[in-house]
Design a protein around this ligand. Sequence first.
Ligand code: BGC
Ligand code: BGC
Length: 657
Amino acid sequence: MAINIFRIAALVALAGAAACGSSSEKSPWGALGGASGQGGTYGFDGGPLGLGGFTGMGGQTGIDGSTWTPAATCVERASALVEALTPAQRYGQMTTVDSYGLTVSEATSALLGSVFSGGSSDPAGGNTIADWTSLVSSYLDVAKGFAPHVGLLYGHDAVHGSNNVQDAVIFPHAIGIGASFDPALAEEVGRITALEMLGAGINWAFAPTVAAARDERWGRTYESFGEIPEVAGQMGAAMVRGLQNGRLGNGQSVLACAKHYAGDGATDGGKNAGDVTSLDEAAFRQVAIEPYRPAIEAGVGSIMVSYSSYQGTKMTAAKYWLTDVLKGELGFAGFLVSDWDALSQLPGAWPEQVETAINAGLDMVMLSHTWNAHSAADFASTLGALVDAGEVPVERVQDAVRRILTIKCEMGLLDGDTLIDPALTAAIGSAEHRAVARAAVRRSLVLLKNDGMLPLPKSLSRIHVTGSGADSLAKQCGGWTLGWQGLGTAGPATATTRGTTVLAAVGNALAATGTAVTTSGDGSGAAGADYAIVVVGEPPYAEGQGDSAQPTLSSTDVAAIAKVRSANVPFVVVLFSGRPLLLTDKYGVSVLDVANAFVAAWLPGTEGDGIADVLFGDYKPTGRLGFSWPATAEQIPINDGDGQIPLFPVGFGLTYP
Ligand code: BGC
Ligand code: BGC
């Protein structure tokens, strides 16, 4: 699908003041230190695209162009089931519990309608595919024993592939998929993700994030498809269609969960789980609510409520936004799940927290099981007492359970026990799936600068691949990869997965050519090579741990680039990052200025071959920025249409002749 939203702007010199370092530390740039202006010559007077003016993505909405509504038979079936369930069974349906530390007997006695695995919640034995199928099967077995038959939802954060499962293919994070501006790509990524999830019996994805991230300081910027709400909404809806395979229950389909409703990407200062105070209701609706509309039209069956607040009120407590606006005005007919232990963040004691959230319109609580004292049994007894006391109307509970069971009916979960298809298990991480991810990587790369060095020839005497990201799957994949904070981080400290780093990919690309490939991690060793590829970027992070007052390249990475530059070898910088980073260092040197070519590669995932495909010209770069690239720290937050002049505007991206 060709999208032509981009008014490529005139190149103007940015008259920014040089930000010279005040530190007494020696500049890694030698004579260059302090010489270059902030932002160099890459300021673009892009002018506003305007939030309302984004028209590029066409009106792909629901199935057959119509807004999804649940099948009448499912609503009837769910309503009848609600009547047949005991209060305890109803409360079990309204609960999902983190598998970490949960036991099968606890899930059985709590009559759980859902179990999920958080970012670092692995099966006890490890996280191989076999470990996962056996863990999930043990809970599917629990549900087999329930009468009446109510099925089981098994969730995880499949935000870039089935990313808790070792050797599953890891796709680019949403920021990279967004750079394609192609809903068909997002849909295909969702479809393959669903297949890989189902191979382990997992049928509920806590994805996509449909937030338009409006502040680069936010540690979850990379989970967003773009800063323009319409882009975030349309790409998110496409991901929903992919995950749900067009319509829930349509063969190989998992339940999608649009998140985090609403305002998570628009908090003051980009603070994770913070408060949105700078937007009035009209602006909040445009920026934070509108992205849900296409997802709802596409039939998203669940939505996760944000930890964040609007004007001081936690969304989990906001009846107006949950019930009046989302379920009322927007006509959302699926169910609302809380974020991880979000009730515990509400004012008051536990009974008040439960009362507030359920009366606000929450249908299912997500409990960590281990993090705080509130178990599924606590929730059931507390809600039961609130209903008995008339504090929570029984009709509210019936509505919640009806919504959940309606979606389970749509998914086919009421029709029989869920079985894991061994053919899908065998296809996890298959060559075919990896090929889709490799293509997604190619489409996600944004070429920001090229003095003619790219594409690289393949027949050379030597190419040098260096930098902290050159041989790092952890940096390449980012957060939410095996572990909550990424590969090799706390949780599964030994977590690894199968994938191809840039170094390996360059080796693959040149295997038949006789070109020597040398490497180092710190920029050394480039002298004498024909070209160097310097791969740098942020370490992996997730959620608030990624919040940063000044998202910038580390001094180690800058030093590596400076080292390559001093070797007088033409070089391309490949940047792994979860957001646009400030590219001018404390000596006033822009790494963009000193590099011959520069590629924003975001967090591309396991298929590094997609990067080599573009560097060596087998494919031309086509990615475009979904985010305004700030020239200076002072500009952040910077968004299309706000009157600031970014280093590069939304829509910017070069290609080869
Ligand atoms: C995150 C959600 C995630 C949930 C379950 C929360 O901390 O905010 O995005 O879906 O945990 O892992
Ligand atoms: C879990 C995540 C969760 C986070 C919340 C982690 O330990 O694995 O899923 O989002 O805690 O703080």
